[in-house]
Design a protein around this ligand. Structure first.
Ligand code: OOB
Length: 560
């Protein structure tokens, strides 16, 4: 196994194999087998292109051969930052076939995140688009190189614009010729790729997923969601995220021989037009996107659309309010499926034979009979059924540790291998989970996860900042937004200056605080020490919808 990763103990691995979860298939072989079975069927539609299964398979082989000529091979890490364009599949499968590991970055990531990923993983290459959504990723790649001195190769899907040091992906594929690129099949028990965790502390953690464990979750998800060759799945969210990748996501669709339609953005105008044009049957969104779609169809700009082809709208990534959930069938005329998952592993689905009330009020139940879940109090003792507690889990597709993070792992996992999800849940008598809140220091901004201290560390780098605490504010649309409480130093800094500073440091836009409040001091803890954690809790309480107004903590804001 890749150095810096924690394997499952042998008795668990044996059990998962015996029960047929881990089949020994690799992701590269998975596509090869599907291409044999579904040859001329359309696998991917997007960016004006339509590729059959055969075409995707051949492209992946050629790109693999071209990458091998560059010297990229087994165990190498390659940071992949691509939007929803077909190239993302070609590159990912090429890397899988070489036993090289994609490290998936979100299109929203900027210099701070990409530089970190390239350095931390010692990446051999970075793959970017030319431009997307008005942003030039070639400039970003140049900044990353200037900052980190790496990676050696920067590959561009599209036009390099003649800039030095960039290689068009097309050239790699052409140089790869027709021959298969992979020499030796990677070990299915080894890590296939690294995915980013939302993060609770400091810099983002990387999640190592193996071929065996990931493909199990994919096959099981495709079965639960009853996908088949008639499935047309609209990828509305960035496909590098775990939800549209494997829950059941594009891999689930490939598993069943269906078609993936790639949306360049999740707006109702873009996506609902695609639903109609491409006869989409399934799609997956986060709650704020679902609400935009509902409003657009319910007497809004998309009211004229014929959406009768749509069978299932999956909603997950953050809590979907029951009132909004009830509107899905009435407004869109399709079934709702709630999905409560995490890139670390465990995924829960409501099922199509669940009563409507269960679909609307719960976040589903686990994929596997071997997903072990327990709900515990703050001492780690299991609570009675139905009581609120923190969810812990282990199972055939839940990791046992983050990549190269031994210290963090000792906190994030229990001694007996359960992952502490940090989610506060209740278990219903039918085994469904209801997500009630969070015990972890993470902000969930409409499905986008933010680690407060990552943002705090950037704020603290400003000379006008003495101390900073980033907390969640409740928000009707996104669920939560971020508020940065700042204790100024010296002459301090204006709000706009601070936000500009964070952008200049290359932080992704979704991590830039929605609000900045200046305060004279933070409340001290019992021992007279400033505790950012306690401050967050106090501010969270002060901002809760039923809290007394004005908030008692912190000291009066002097917003600039
Ligand atoms: C998905 O994955 P991540 O890794 O971006 O975030 C996981 C966290 C969970 O621990 C939980 O805090 C929150 O996101 N979450 C939900 C939720 N789905 C995820 N909270 C409430 N209700 C839900 N339905 O977000 C993810 C991965 C695979 C499938 C779906 C979502």
């Amino acid at each position: 196994m890749l150095a810096g990763c924690t394997p499952w103990p042998p008795e668990f691995a044996d059990r998962y194999r015996e029960r047929g979860y881990w089949t020994g298939e690799t992701l590269g072989a998975f596509l090869r087998e599907r291409a044999r079975r579904y040859a001329d069927r359309t696998a991917v539609v997007g960016a004006g292109r339509r590729w059959s299964y055969t075409e995707l398979d051949v492209r992946a082989d050629r790109t693999a051969a071209g990458l091998a000529r560059l010297g990229i091979g087994a165990g190498d890490r390659v940071v992949v930052q691509l939007p929803n364009i077909p190239d993302v599949f070609e590159v990912a499968f090429a890397l899988f076939r070489l036993g090289a590991l994609p490290v998936y970055a979100l299109p929203a990531h900027r210099r701070a995140e990409i530089s970190y990923l390239c350095s931390f993983t010692d990446a051999a290459a970075l793959v970017v688009a030319d431009t997307h959504g008005g942003f030039d990723y070639r400039d970003l790649a140049a900044q990353v190189r200037a900052e980190t001195g790496g990676p050696e190769h920067v590959l561009v899907a599209g036009d390099t614009g003649g800039r030095p040091g960039l290689t068009p992906l097309e050239q790699i594929r052409e140089q790869g010729g027709a021959g298969p690129g992979a020499t030796a099949e990677p070990d299915p028990a080894d890590v296939a790729f690294l995915q980013l965790s939302g993060g609770t502390t400091g810099l983002p953690k990387l999640i190592p997923r193996t071929h065996d464990d990931y493909l199990y979750s994919v096959r099981a998800s495709a079965e639960i969601c009853a996908l088949d060759t008639a499935t047309v799945y609209l990828a509305a969210l960035p496909v590098v995220h775990n939800f549209p990748m494997s829950s059941p996501g594009f891999l689930g669709v490939f598993s069943a021989g269906g078609t993936v339609v790639l949306a360049p953005d999740p707006s109702p105008a873009t996506c609902l037009a695609l639903v109609e044009q491409e006869s989409v049957t399934h799609t997956a969104v986060v709650p704020p996107v679902a609400m935009l779609w509902l409003d657009a169809v319910d007497g809004g700009s998309q009211a004229h659309r014929d959406l009768s082809c749509l069978r299932v709208l999956q909603v997950g990534g953050a809590k979907f309010a029951p009132e909004a959930a009830r509107r899905v069938r009435l407004t869109l005329g399709c079934a709702l499926q709630q999905v409560f998952g995490m890139a670390e592993g465990l995924v829960n689905y409501t099922r199509d034979d669940d009563p409507e009330e269960t679909v609307v009020t719960t976040q589903g139940r686990p994929i596997s009979d071997d997903d072990e879940i327990r709900v515990v109090d703050s001492d780690g003792t299991e609570v009675p059924e139905g009581a609120l507690g923190e969810l812990q889990t282990r199972g055939p597709y839940t990791i046992r540790g983050y990549y190269r993070a031994p210290e963090h792992n000792s906190e994030a996992f229990t001694a007996d291998g359960y992952y502490r999800t940090g989610d506060l849940v209740r278990l219903t008598p039918t085994g469904h989970l209801v997500v009630e809140g969070r015990a972890k220091d993470q902000i969930n901004r409409g499905g986008e996860k933010i680690a407060p201290d990552e943002v705090e560390d950037h704020l603290l780098a400003h000379p006008g900042v003495h101390d900073a605490a980033v907390v969640a504010m409740p928000d009707g649309f996104l669920g939560e937004r971020t508020c940065a409480y700042v204790v100024p130093r010296g002459t301090g800094a204006a709000r706009a200056q601070l936000l500009g500073f964070l952008r200049e440091r290359g932080l992704a836009a979704y991590k830039i605080p929605d609000r900045v409040e200046f305060v004279a001091a933070f409340p001290a803890t019992g021992v007279g020490k400033v505790s950012r954690r306690e401050l967050r809790e106090a501010v969270r309480a002060a901002h809760a919808p039923d809290a007394a107004d004005p908030p008692t903590v912190p000291a009066p804001p002097s917003q600039q």
